[in-house]
Ligand binder design. Structure first.
Ligand SMILES: Cc1cc2nc3c(=O)[nH]c(=O)nc-3n(C[C@H](O)[C@H](O)[C@H](O)COP(=O)(O)OP(=O)(O)OC[C@H]3O[C@@H](n4cnc5c(N)ncnc54)[C@H](O)[C@@H]3O)c2cc1C
Length: 323
């Protein structure tokens, strides 16, 4: 970090912004367990602190990366030259009243889905096995079984890059498959209001347990990973199948680069065997794309985002293609 940046970050850290740490190892804040240090890591407690950070980085032109549980992110081994802001346990309140659930951006998705089930509310069963935060889920319009959380969203409260709180409606979020208008907007998701129809608690529970059993059976559990690396497309799915099958058919299951491996259990997962670098993962991604393009004729794009050291996020295949 250069002197000028260091001085600015020290000034920011001295303000009321929440918990701060300098040179925080990012490998402790993502499910792949990869990444160098963030110059300044901040975990805010409230909207006001978020607004303070956003205004400061905007005026001082400091790179900012917002994260939840880091379950869809690949950090570079060089880390981040700027601020990483985590919306986590400190902003994780969940309130349920009739059919409405209001959750903080940092609420943990499995807990949210369990609370919905206990209250007899349905519609979130497909999210039970997603280990991220509500903010990350809404940003990515995450879900499973071809569903997305956007279907249940009523409003999303954000702090925009000018530090102003805004409430966006479902249509303003423009949700589509693993996409929302929030991506790239610089907005931070602080609260989400969901509408969930009443359902039978026993059935909701059964469906959730079935989903968890299925995941336990199919997905690698013990080795660090970030879930599905590649996105599915309707054209590919109907012609040759989902990405996992396509990658397996291309003979790539078990392929290893450095300490990263295409999972032996599910080919759309890349696992960290211990000490994998961001480059190991990117080389594997590039190789998979080239092979699948050549032998099967489909383009595999990444769901997972690569975080550049200058704080810019891109789908990981874009960085992989540059190698
Ligand atoms: C084992 C495993 C299984 C998974 N299964 C699924 C699945 O079935 N379906 C699925 O969709 N995903 C799945 N994922 C991926 C991931 O869990 C989801 O995308 C999740 O919603 C990301 O949440 P997060 O808090 O970890 O976000 P992060 O990975 O921290 O961030 C993801 C994106 O959201 C942004 N972001 C995070 N929080 C906020 C916020 N509060 N405000 C603004 N932007 C924010 C980040 O900048 C980044 O662009 C899986 C991952 C793992 C490891």
């Amino acid at each position: 970090m250069n002197n000028q940046l260091q001085k600015k970050l020290e000034k920011l850290a001295s303000q009321d912004v929440g918990q701060v740490a300098f040179s925080e190892p990012l490998s402790q804040h993502n499910s792949w367990k990869i990444g160098g240090a963030a110059d300044l890591f901040i975990e805010p407690d409230n909207f006001k602190q978020i607004a303070t950070v956003l205004r400061f980085v905007s005026v001082n032109q400091i790179p900012l990366v917002v994260i939840g549980q880091g379950t869809n992110l690949l950090f570079d081994d060089a880390g981040v030259r700027g601020v990483v802001l985590k919306i986590g346990e400190k902003m994780a309140d969940i309130q349920i009243s009739a059919n409405t659930i209001v959750a903080g951006g940092g609420a943990w998705v499995p807990q949210l889905t369990r609370m919905a089930m206990q209250a007899g509310l349905s519609g979130l069963e497909h999210c039970i096995g997603i280990p991220g935060t509500v903010g990350g889920l809404v940003m990515m319009n995450g879900g499973s079984q071809r569903k997305g959380i956007g279907e249940n969203v009523v409003t999303v409260t954000v702090v925009n890059n000018a530090g102003i709180t805004q409430q966006l409606s479902q249509s303003e979020c423009d949700f589509s498959y693993r996409h929302s208008a929030l991506q790239g907007s610089g907005c931070i998701v602080t609260r989400v209001e969901l509408n969930c129809p009443a359902g039978d608690v026993k059935k909701i529970r059964r469906d959730m347990l079935a989903d968890l059993r299925n995941r336990r059976h199919k997905f690698p559990r013990k080795q660090p990973n970030c879930g599905s690396v590649f996105l599915s497309t309707t054209a590919m799915h109907t012609t040759v199948g989902p990405p996992g099958k396509v990658i397996e058919d291309a003979g790539l299951k078990g392929l290893r680069v450095g300490n990263a491996e295409i999972s032996q259990q599910h080919a759309n997962f890349i696992v960290n065997l211990g000490g994998a670098s961001s480059k190991d993962i990117l080389i594997l991604i590039k190789h998979v794309r080239q092979k699948v393009r050549k032998h099967i004729g489909f383009e595999l794009d990444c769901e997972v985002r690569y975080v550049q050291p200058d704080g810019i996020l891109v789908p990981a295949h874009i960085q992989a293609d540059k190698l």
